[in-house]
Design a protein. Sequence first.
Length: 269
Amino acid sequence: MAGALKKLVNDVLRCVGLEVRRRPDLSLPFIHKFALDDREIQFWITNQHAKRWWHKPLLEMNAEFRSLKSFCIPGSTVIEVGAHHGVHTVAMGNWVGDTGHVYALEANGDNALTLYANVALNNLNNCTCRHAVVGAVSGKIKLDGETVATKKHTGTQTTVISLDDYCTEFDIANVDLLKIDVEGYEAQVLKGARKIMSQRPKIALELHLDDIASYGSSVNEIAELIGIDDYYGEMMIRAKDWETLYPFQSITDFPQSGIVNLFMIPRSP
């Protein structure tokens, strides 16, 4: 009830050209140190979301972190699409070691700046960052905040690149792990990564079940683009908890809504 009332008040005020804003947090930005997997990480905290998520002395090795670590064998080549501020980028950069490499792409400009800063702050020379939307074809696209705009006349024009073009540009011959977190835009990323998918990399996919349809896609299409029958894996269902991994054999095992993190390993030929 309180949330609905607040929305109503804000909607009315916007109609007359006013907006209720939160009091700015004068502590932001700041550098915070936390422990993850027995390693101290330095991290720029630049907004309220980041402060809520990561302003703590210890980040627990939950199911997502554990799964990613198991995939990041030293020497691995990782592509991360939707790197945000770089928590996973920094962790994976440490796990793959000096002989591995993490290529991190982030669509939102403010997030990308923080990503660059956090990689530099942790002296990770084995991480390459890029500010770009990742999609089916290279070109231009409109971004609305942190997501691709779903309406023609909204958003800010931003560079979009396909992963196959990106790999050609950086001469990336083989990808061991493909990590995707793009809030419903998963199918478009996969459509631009057909060469990568033909290599059958390990996959860490954050599937936003409620947002897929807004980009004209479906779980069935995403499963086909992955070739899900050629993989086996586990899933973390966020609505339940961040600690338990559940096996899945097909998309019929997925929940009907919410966010599910899939961790997939290719089956032997």
